[in-house]
Design a protein around this ligand. Structure first.
Ligand code: AMP
Ligand code: GLY
Length: 421
C-alpha cells in the first residue's frame, strides 16, 4: 500500500488528507506531520514541525514515504522539496527557487512582467522616500517583500497611513529587512484559480472564491480566509482554460526557461473586472480555505495526479468534478486576526451531519481530553449541494451545532453565489 506523508497542520492539510483517501483508486496509508487532532482521526500523525526540514526528511525516509505532499509555504521556501529530492524521495511541491514566486512579491512581479502576465502597475522600493514618491503614481497597495502570514499587504487609504505603513515595513522592520512593492489599486472581484503543474504544463483546478476580511460585507482587517465556495458563476470550464493559459502557463514556461521548473500547485489570486483579468499574487501551494471547498468536488484520483505532477508528468491528464456546489465556513477564535484565544472548549463536533466535512485548522486536545481552540482559524465546515443555496444552508446548519466561547463566523459566505443563481 503506497505511503503518503502530508506536511502541515491546518484545514488545508486535513482537506488534502481526506481527498487523498476518498479519491485514490488504491488504498493509501496516509501520514501527516505534525497534523492536528482532526487529521489524527484520518491519518497517522507524527510530531515533527513544518519547519524542521531535517526531521521531515528523516521521517519520510523512515516510513518510507512514496510521496510527500507539502501543504504550507514555510517549508517550501525553506527548501524541504530540495532536501527530499536530494534524498531521492518523491515530493509534490515546488523547490525553494520556484517557491520564491510566493516568498518574494518583487520576484513574482519580475516573473509576471517577463512572462507577459497581466498584473497591476508597480514599483519596488527600499526607502520611505522612494515609497512616498511612488505613491504619487500608484494609489496605493503596499506589499512587504517576504512571507508575512497574510499580514504583509496593506491598502493605504491616505498619505498618512501610507507613510506609517512604509515606516513600519522598511524602518521599524516589523517583519525583518526587506523591500516593499507599491502597487496600483485594482477594482473588481477576486477569483482564486489554482493549477497543478509538472514543470512544463499547468492543469487548472475548479475555480473558487474566498473571503479574506474578518467581518460581513468585507469589512475589517484581512485574515487568512473566513470562508470559500466553488465553483464560481460565469467561470465555466472554457473560461478556466482561457484564464489559466494567461496566468499559469506563461509563468511555468518562464520559470522553466530560467532552469527552475515549477512542480506542485500554482495558485493565482486574480482580480476580475469584466473581461479584464489581472494577477494580484501567486502562492506556490494549495489555498486555505479554497482547498476545503475545491477538493471535496474532485472526482479524479488525487494521489495519481500528484505522483504524475511530481514525476512522469501530466501529459493527457484531465480532471473530473462533481457538478455540485461546495461552501466552506471558517469558525475562528475570539480575537482573530489580531490575536487568537486558545483553550476554549469546542462542543458539538460529534453531532455534525455525516454529509458535512469538518476539517480541523487550529484545535488541540487538552489535559482532560477535550478538543479546544488552539489557533486563529479553528475549524472549517464544508457542505455540498445541488445549488449554492442548498450548499450554503447545509453548511450553516452544520456550523450552528459546533460552538465555543468567542466563536467568529461570517454569515454572508457564498451569499453572492446564491444571489446570482
Ligand atoms: P495579496 O496577498 O497580494 O493577494 O493581497 C491580499 C489581498 O489584498 C488581496 O486578496 C486583495 O484583497 C487585496 N489586494 C492586493 N493587491 C491589490 C490590488 N493591486 N488592488 C486591490 N486590492 C488588492
Ligand atoms: N486563501 C488565501 C491563501 O491561501 O493564501
Amino acid at each position: 500500500m503506497p505511503k503518503v506523508l502530508v506536511v502541515g497542520a491546518g484545514g488545508r492539510e486535513h482537506a488534502i488528507v481526506r481527498a487523498l483517501l476518498r479519491t485514490s483508486a488504491e488504498a493509501l496509508d496516509v501520514h501527516a506531520a505534525p497534523g492536528n487532532p482532526g487529521i489524527a482521526r484520518d491519518a497517522t500523525v507524527h510530531a515533527v514541525a513544518v519547519d524542521d526540514v531535517p526531521g521531515l526528511v528523516a521521517l519520510a525516509r523512515e516510513l518510507p514515504a512514496d510521496l510527500v505532499v507539502v501543504g504550507p509555504e514555510v517549508p517550501l521556501v525553506a527548501g524541504l522539496v530540495d532536501a527530499l529530492d536530494q534524498a531521492g524521495i518523491r515530493a509534490f511541491g515546488p523547490t525553494a527557487a520556484a517557491a520564491r514566486l510566493e516568498g518574494s512579491k518583487a520576484f513574482a512581479k519580475e516573473i509576471m512582467i517577463a512572462a507577459g502576465v497581466p498584473t497591476a502597475g508597480y514599483e519596488t522600493v527600499t526607502t520611505v522616500d522612494a515609497g512616498m514618491a511612488a505613491i504619487a503614481r500608484y494609489p496605493v497597495v503596499l506589499k512587504y517583500d517576504g512571507l508575512a502570514a497574510g499580514k504583509g499587504v496593506v491598502i493605504a487609504e491616505d498619505e498618512a497611513s501610507a507613510r506609517a505603513t512604509l515606516v513600519d515595513m522598511l524602518e521599524d522592520h516589523q517583519f525583518g529587512d526587506a523591500a516593499v512593492v507599491v502597487e496600483e489599486f485594482l477594482h473588481g472581484e477576486e477569483l482564486s484559480l489554482l493549477a497543478v503543474c509538472d514543470g512544463e504544463r499547468a492543469l487548472p483546478l475548479a475555480p473558487a472564491q474566498d473571503y479574506k476580511r474578518i467581518f460581513e460585507g468585507d469589512q475589517g482587517p484581512n485574515t487568512g480566509g473566513m470562508g470559500s465556495y466553488s465553483p464560481v458563476a460565469g467561470v465555466d470550464a472554457e473560461r478556466v482554460a482561457a484564464i489559466s493559459a494567461q496566468v499559469h502557463q506563461p509563468v511555468v514556461d518562464e520559470l522553466a526557461r530560467r532552469g527552475v521548473p515549477f512542480r506542485g500547485v500554482l495558485y493565482a489570486g486574480l482580480m476580475v473586472d469584466g473581461d479584464d483579468v489581472r494577477v494580484l499574487e501567486y502562492n506556490t501551494r494549495f489555498g486555505d480555505p479554497e482547498t476545503q471547498a475545491v477538493l471535496p468536488r474532485l472526482r479524479s484520483d488525487l494521489y495519481a495526479l500528484m505522483v504524475a505532477a511530481a514525476g512522469d508528468g501530466l501529459a493527457g491528464a484531465t480532471l473530473e468534478w462533481d457538478p455540485q456546489w461546495a461552501v466552506t465556513l471558517v469558525l475562528a477564535s475570539a480575537g482573530y486576526p489580531a490575536s487568537a484565544r486558545k483553550g476554549d472548549v469546542i462542543a458539538g463536533l460529534d453531532a455534525v451531519p455525516a454529509a458535512t466535512e469538518v476539517t480541523h485548522a487550529g484545535t488541540a486536545v487538552d489535559a482532560d481530553g477535550r478538543t479546544v481552540t488552539a489557533g486563529g482559524r479553528v475549524l472549517n465546515v464544508t457542505a455540498l449541494g445541488e445549488s449554492p443555496a442548498a450548499a450554503r444552508q447545509a453548511a450553516y446548519a452544520a456550523a450552528q451545532g459546533i460552538t465555543f466561547d468567542g466563536r467568529q463566523l461570517r454569515r454572508d459566505i457564498a451569499l453572492r453565489a446564491v444571489e446570482r443563481s
